[in-house]
Design a protein around this ligand. Sequence first.
Ligand SMILES: Cc1cc2nc3c(=O)[nH]c(=O)nc-3n(C[C@H](O)[C@H](O)[C@H](O)COP(=O)(O)OP(=O)(O)OC[C@H]3O[C@@H](n4cnc5c(N)ncnc54)[C@H](O)[C@@H]3O)c2cc1C
Length: 455
Amino acid sequence: MVHSGHHFVAIFGGAVAGSEAAHQLASRGFRVIVFDQNVLPYGKIEDGLPKWHDKLRDKEEQRINEKLSHPNVRFVPLATLGSKVDFEDVVNNWGFSAVLLATGAWKDRPLPVDGVDEYINQGLYYQNPLMYWFNHYHEPNYQGAHFEIKDEAIVIGGGLASLDVVKLLMIENVQKALRDKGHEVDMFTLDRGINKVLDNLGYTLQDLGLKGCTLFYRRRDIDMPLSPLPTDTPEQLEKAQMVRKKIMENFLKKYLFHFEPCWAPVEKVVDGDQLTGVVFQKTKIESGKVVSVPGQQKEFKSSLVISSIGSLPEKIPGIPSKGATFEIEENNCCKLVGFDHVFALGNAVTGRGNIKESMQHGKETALDIMDHHLQWQEEDYENWLRGSEDSVKEQISGIADQIARKQFISPEVIQRILDKTEAMQQDVGYPGDFSEWVKMKLPVRLEQMLEDAKE
Ligand SMILES: Cc1cc2nc3c(=O)[nH]c(=O)nc-3n(C[C@H](O)[C@H](O)[C@H](O)COP(=O)(O)OP(=O)(O)OC[C@H]3O[C@@H](n4cnc5c(N)ncnc54)[C@H](O)[C@@H]3O)c2cc1C
């Protein structure tokens, strides 16, 4: 019989992947400590999923709350692995049976243009901090960085997140321009279709003095990774391409931005200390690959360039990495190379591959659903999240078996871990009860503020 209560597991990151792992292990009787760098363990749900998805956010956060409320799980907020908690210390000295990394992917993939990062906040923004600001700036006590949104921005991307960025820009600009004309329209109304709002008020974008932003993509609309449809046969591919084209047409119609397909960024355009544009290389798609069209480069000017080309795991001192992700052993539950009890979960390592896999096998999204942008996007996000959970579930059963085979840890070590984590909790004012902490710390929601303003 396995005495799993004699094993203690540390999980870093408590969001979709970390909370699922905690829940799985706690249900098997293991003791678990979840450390998160933030006050609340909601990761991409809170800071990456745009705030117009308020219902999906609340639902997903509730799932995380339930998982972390298991009596075998203890939560430690504001405990960043790599700074507040040292990786080598936790792995070598704390005495955990296993350490799991579920820290996600928070570093923006660098824009592949030489020297362009010198212009961050001087004409260049990256998607992750921009979305963080957008999700939180309405909070009365917001103290993070501020972002200045301008018209005619260049957005470089092509995936779902880059469409969120163009929407954010259009919503912000239109809302401000309408306010200048004396119309107060909230973000949720604009989310349902900027075209409708303007039609109802009898304006065009031009009347508001706006031109709209432009999304630049190295491929075509029919190549966008926008719908989880299978593409194994030529017929399936054709159908998926038709759906993608339709999604994009809908999106352009509703949010009034521009789309420039088949351009890859190659060079920066600068003026003094400001980025003022980007030189793009014309591309074409040949047998599914992006190929440059020789002699066709063009300069596009803009005082705001936003890069939205994906996210990578942040490097953490002491953790071996290979290329952009943590270095893991092949075929062994994502065990970190060089360690016998450290495993990486979710987007921190497998992310894309596994998630894609489970999306491929997911339910086929019907064409008519595509007519309702809101639905397809919520559904896509939900698919992603369930895919993440499923891959963690699969991984955990292998990891749990490996942990169960390890020596029990002594009562003294268990007590030491409990004492240390309690001290960390007290340090940050954590009351010891997860749901109480959530009540204390959940940010003020925009929908609540709008509701209160009505009364
Ligand atoms: C807006 C959005 C975009 C998405 N884009 C993609 C995509 O492009 N590709 C894809 O495959 N999936 C994507 N997904 C799916 C999504 O990333 C996964 O399904 C899931 O949200 C990832 O969960 P996670 O727990 O692995 O990571 P996260 O939600 O990122 O959670 C990581 C947690 O770890 C914590 N943490 C991070 N670093 C540390 C540290 N050093 N110490 C302690 N704690 C730490 C964070 O605070 C956070 O709570 C997207 C989801 C959303 C909502």
